[in-house]
Design a binder for this molecule. Structure first.
Ligand SMILES: Cc1cc2nc3c(=O)[nH]c(=O)nc-3n(C[C@H](O)[C@H](O)[C@H](O)COP(=O)(O)OP(=O)(O)OC[C@H]3O[C@@H](n4cnc5c(N)ncnc54)[C@H](O)[C@@H]3O)c2cc1C
Length: 646
């Protein structure tokens, strides 16, 4: 397959300490260089993104005394996409005394990620999880409590313990308000310079180090260059490459992609999480899909009619004519199997013609038993706002009739490659939260993204970045430095190009078509034939985009078409790399299911012999191909085994 990529040298994570896993993080912290508090004031750090990862990082760095410049494209930092997170955040507190521990969270996460994540990172994530809850409680985050006053927990897929902390169905919102207030305190003190409605459009690299960014003021259109001693990207995930996803409409890959073009390797781009419980698509008018939190699978039972011919109302279908297929196939985990497994199982029953609702693309999520067992009031207390949201969107009352759900794109495990210090392959460029690839392997367990974002921002990055900054402050870079000028001019030229095409197709129509190609050939199931077809289609569509796209308006004003056009242009390049990554990985693992690699009973078949590595891609070279660098994964503690949730 070298027609599509080159093989490069292997890559290693040299920042990770070895030795006993329990003390690796402590030893890394002790070994890292520190910056004296008086010197921190002289150092400036740019943080792109104000979601849970960027908000917590900016607040903590400023609290430590660094000067922080923060950017987001929304009108307020607290509108970052993290606010949409519903279900909860994991932590190994073992409040339920049900056998949980840091080791068990570590074990579940490595296994849940289908043995494609680094053990060192995952162990650290599990260790800091307990601090996150303390930090957030101290900030006043109103986590749900039990009658006795203790913080309540619930279960999420892929685990047999209750370790998910939640604030009704608004966990992300409440956590983000905590991080935002911590940021606001530092904005008030003058330590954070907040730049809302500014979009990063390029990374500035000077003498091999990340030294700044080019941003566009989204209201006035002004392009400026912003300099610093280090740059942190906390710009979120790229699920919107599929057009329809549960992500906020604005989520995009531009910040990461620009860094990738400048030399930062992009890891495992094809690992996409498809979430099993979303409201099914209702028509071509739709521009986004809505998630129904996974927490609902704690009490909701998933089923379809036993027979393809059965078109009765769900309430008229007796128990013996129903197939609770997750409970049947996976009795140990039942409705709480991990997301990749639940999504594929839903696809399989729909492919068999047993799906429900319009087009047969749906399965039931039924609360009748839970209401009988717990009472309507208790169910409403746990899930009331989710039920209300479902009713508003579908017009159906889930207290009376089962919800209809179907899988949808939700999260991207891939992202910029980072070492244990969360530093990319460009010195001085750090990446946190969903934008990096670090902790989830091929599949993220529910409630672990919030944990990772806050772990990175509150606890990991503020410690590791000092090791880099200890060599600063770095030499001042003038605005007319050749690298700065070139970066600024490149942004201006690109915007001008987009505006000047003046074609006859909208940006959205291109994006929708690209998303369709991605869902069809690089979605829940991938084949070599389909991926080859997708690469051809994407290349053709990209060419057409640069000839026919119509971007009305000018660059000197608020112009959302121009913003979208730049993002979609980057999605085209990313989409091709995702397909190449999916093509090269001739195994099934987690969120990447290759139809050619399955067991006789249709389960994912991993190939540890050949593919137990992180695929870190270097941007396309002059020959038009990306270069693959492999980082081998070692499993000293959780030995790769066939994942079985039966
Ligand atoms: C509907 C939904 C529900 C979810 N529920 C849960 C849950 O219950 N538990 C869980 O653990 N996870 C959940 N997730 C996943 C989780 O919410 C995300 O992975 C996480 O919030 C990402 O946080 P982040 O800080 O990395 O990025 P985001 O919150 O996406 O923030 C990105 C930030 O970067 C900024 N940005 C991006 N590009 C640029 C640019 N070029 N220039 C300037 N600024 C830029 C944005 O303005 C924004 O401030 C859910 C996801 C969805 C879609």
């Amino acid at each position: 397959m070298t027609e599509f990529w080159n093989e490069g040298d292997p890559i290693a994570d040299t920042a990770a300490p070895d030795g006993p896993i329990e003390t690796r993080w402590e030893r890394r912290q002790f070994g890292a260089k520190l910056v004296n508090p008086a010197n921190r004031r002289k150092l400036t750090v740019i943080v792109v993104g104000t979601g849970l990862a960027g908000g917590s990082a900016a607040a903590t760095l400023a609290e430590a005394g660094y000067h922080v410049k923060s950017y987001c494209y929304q009108d307020s930092p607290r509108r970052a996409h993290s606010i949409a997170a519903q279900g909860g955040i994991n932590a190994a507190k073992n409040y339920r005394n049900d056998g949980d521990s840091i080791y068990r969270l570590f074990y579940d996460t490595v296994k849940g990620g289908d043995f494609r994540a680094r053990e060192s990172n995952v162990y650290r994530l599990a260790s800091v999880s307990v601090n996150i809850i303390d930090q957030c409680v101290a900030q006043g985050v109103p986590f749900a409590r039990e009658y006795g006053g203790l913080l309540d927990n619930r279960s999420f897929g892929g685990t047999q313990v209750s370790r998910t902390f939640y604030a009704r169905g608004q966990t992300g919102q409440q956590l983000l308000l905590g991080a935002y207030q911590a940021m606001e305190r530092q904005i008030g003190l003058g330590n954070i310079e907040m730049n809302a409605r500014h979009e990063m459009l390029e990374l500035i690299v000077v003498d091999g180090k990340a030294r700044g960014i080019v941003v566009r003021d989204l209201v006035s259109g002004e392009i400026t260059t912003e300099m610093a001693d280090a740059v942190v990207l906390a710009s979120g995930g790229y699920g919107n490459v599929f057009f329809l996803s549960t992500n906020a409409k604005g989520c995009n890959v531009t910040a990461s992609w620009r860094a990738h073009r400048q030399g930062a390797l992009f890891a495992n781009p094809c690992y996409t999480q498809i979430h099993p419980t979303c409201i099914p698509e209702s028509g071509t008018h739709q521009s986004k899909l809505t998630l129904m939190s996974e927490s609902l699978r704690n009490d909701g039972r998933v089923w379809v009619p036993l027979s393809q011919e059965d078109k009765r109302n769900p309430s008229d279908i007796p128990e013996e004519d129903r197939d609770y297929y997750l409970e049947r196939i996976y009795p140990a985990f039942g409705n709480l199997v991990p997301r990749d497994i639940a999504s594929r199982a839903a696809k399989n029953v729909c492919d068999e013609g047993r799906g429900v609702g319009p087009g047969g693309l749906g399965v039931y999520l039924d609360f009748a038993d839970a209401i009988k067992r717990l009472g309507r009031k208790a169910v409403a207390e746990k899930y009331g706002n989710l039920f209300e949201m479902y009713e508003r969107i579908t017009g159906e009352d889930p207290y009376k009739t089962p919800m209809r759900i179907y899988p949808a794109v939700h999260y991207t495990m891939g992202g910029l490659w980072v070492d244990y210090d969360l530093q990319s392959t460009i010195p001085g460029l750090f990446v946190v939260g969903e934008a990096n690839f670090s902790d989830h392997g091929a599949n993220r367990l529910g409630a672990s993204a919030l944990m990772q974002g806050l772990g990175d921002g509150y606890f990991v990055l503020p410690n590791t970045i000092s090791n880099y900054l200890a060599a600063g402050p770095f030499e001042k870079v003038d605005q007319d430095h050749a690298a700065v000028r070139q970066a600024r001019e490149a942004v201006q030229e690109r915007l001008q190009k987009l505006l000047s095409i003046d074609g006859d197709r909208t940006v959205d129509s291109f994006h929708r078509e690209l998303g369709h190609i991605m869902w069809e050939y690089c979605g829940m199931e991938r084949t070599e034939e389909g991926l080859l077809k997708a690469i051809g289609l994407i290349r053709g569509l990209k060419e057409e985009f640069w000839q026919r796209v119509k971007v009305p308006g000018t660059g000197e004003q608020l112009n959302q078409n121009l913003e979208k056009a730049g993002r979609v242009a980057d999605f085209f390049e990313l989409a091709e790399l995702m397909c190449i990554d999916a093509l090269h990985r001739r195994e099934s693992c987690g969120g990447h299911f290759r139809a050619e690699s399955q067991t006789p009973d249709g389960e994912a078949l991993r190939n540890d012999e050949e593919f137990s590595y992180v695929a870190a891609w270097e941007y396309y070279g002059a020959d038009g191909k990306p270069t693959l660098h492999k980082e081998d994964l070692d499993f000293e503690y959780v030995h790769p085994s066939t994942r079985s949730y039966k």
